[in-house]
Design a protein around this ligand. Structure first.
Ligand code: NDP
Ligand code: ZN
Length: 353
């Protein structure tokens, strides 16, 4: 089969590989549509997960099942499915402890285009099909369905990690596609005010649509000065971090009220340590919680978040700004994600209806 791969750090291209083999609890899928992620760019050009040779890229797709193992109960060839970016081993001890994303090792629930070939291929392997796939509702088109692989579950997980409650004032740092879904999630959880940090006009417009009430540009001075000024010096109840650097944590802690919580889903690519400001962290006693996590993945989450889209409660269509048709456009779409022009949120490649 053909797959679009990372040849080594900094190099991409089409390669030929053997079709993956289906184990007894697994499935083999063929994508109906795939989406490019900021993480694909980090993987290829920033060496985020280290060196990989001829590894097929991609972890965001929806698909048709072509084969299932003998022990798979709920899926059969021909089924159309939502596919999460994170596909844990659900019988692992870590999953039993509630940390499916770390099943069999830290971050090891992330398998596609990390520990095995990804979904930018004619066929891809899904471990634990009953635990990880979800049936694709007829009312969700294949482009929107791709946003359920990673953008919706990751953005919403940031909101879970920050523990957003009714009436909270929430700061969302970063309003790329992940942060936009954090804005949408915070809004659904009943935030009274959502302050969004980002500059791309298209993202600012989309954030307004998802419920952001105030905006801050990290290019116009420090985030904390601007946020404290707009909250009468009080700060915010919760912070979701979906963009920025290791220094962003300092700003988040400074913006947070005592007892507040930070939920980080941003990938930290540089810097050995994360600086926590001593005084604003209550000299160690401020009850300001810092949580960071990979999204949990799995079928239940796909079904629940899918039902928000299918039921019209969440419109993910503003995210897919660039829709291509056919595998020939994968390279172009990936390079577009690398460049991040002002009019881009997500590139998606449609392969079938
Ligand atoms: P984008 O690059 O599209 O968005 C990043 C956002 O952060 C933009 O709004 C950008 O603003 C803003 N930003 C950039 N620099 C700063 C800064 N110094 N201070 C504050 N804000 C800043 O990324 P995505 O939305 O695609 O992804 C966000 C992060 O989530 C990435 O690191 C990605 O790797 C990670 N991720 C994590 C997953 C998980 O499971 N934990 C899964 C998927 C992705 P501007 O408008 O100016 O561009
Ligand atoms: Zn992704």
């Amino acid at each position: 089969m053909k797959g679009f791969a990372m040849l080594h750090i900094g190099a991409i291209g089409w390669i030929e590989k053997e079709k993956p083999v289906c184990g007894p609890i697994d499935a083999i899928i063929t994508p109906l549509a795939v989406a490019i992620c900021t993480s694909d760019v980090h993987t290829v050009w920033a060496g985020a997960i280290g060196e990989r040779h001829n590894m097929i890229l991609g972890h965001e797709c929806c698909a048709k099942v072509v084969e299932v193992g003998a022990c798979v109960k709920d899926f059969k060839p021909g089924d159309r499915v939502l596919v999460p970016a994170i596909t844990p081993d659900w019988n692992s001890l870590e999953a039993q402890a509630g940390y499916s994303m770390h099943s069999n090792g830290m971050l090891a629930g992330w398998k596609f285009s990390n520990f095995k070939d990804g979904v930018f291929a004619e066929y891809a392997h899904v471990n634990d099909a009953d635990g990880n796939l979800a049936h694709l509702p007829d009312s969700i088109n294949v482009v929107d369905a791709c946003m359920l692989s990673d953008m919706v579950p990751t953005g919403f997980h940031g909101v879970e990690l920050a523990d957003v409650q009714f009436g909270d004032t929430v700061l969302v740092i970063g309003i790329g596609p992940v942060g936009l879904m954090s804005v949408a999630g915070a809004n659904m959880r009943g935030a009274s005010r959502i302050i969004a940090v980002g500059t791309r006009p298209l993202c600012v417009e989309a954030a307004k649509g998802y419920g952001a009430t105030d905006f801050v540009s990290y290019k116009d001075g420090s985030i904390e000065e601007q946020v404290l000024a707009m909250t009468d010096g009080k700060g915010v109840d919760k912070v979701v971090i979906a963009g920025g650097t290791v220094d962003t944590f300092g700003s988040a802690v400074k913006c947070l009220k005592p007892g507040g919580k930070i939920g980080n889903v941003n990938y930290l690519g540089e810097g050995d340590t994360i600086g926590i400001p001593r005084v604003e962290w209550g000299v160690g006693m401020g009850h300001k919680q810092i949580n960071g996590g990979l999204m949990p993945g799995g079928r239940l989450r796909m079904e629940k978040l899918g039902s928000l889209v299918a039921g019209g409660r969440l419109d993910v269509s503003p995210l897919s700004t660039h829709v291509f048709e056919g595998w020939d456009h994968v390279e172009e779409a990936l390079l577009l994600m690398k460049e991040k022009p002002a009019d881009l949120i997500k590139p998606v490649i449609k392969l079938a209806d």
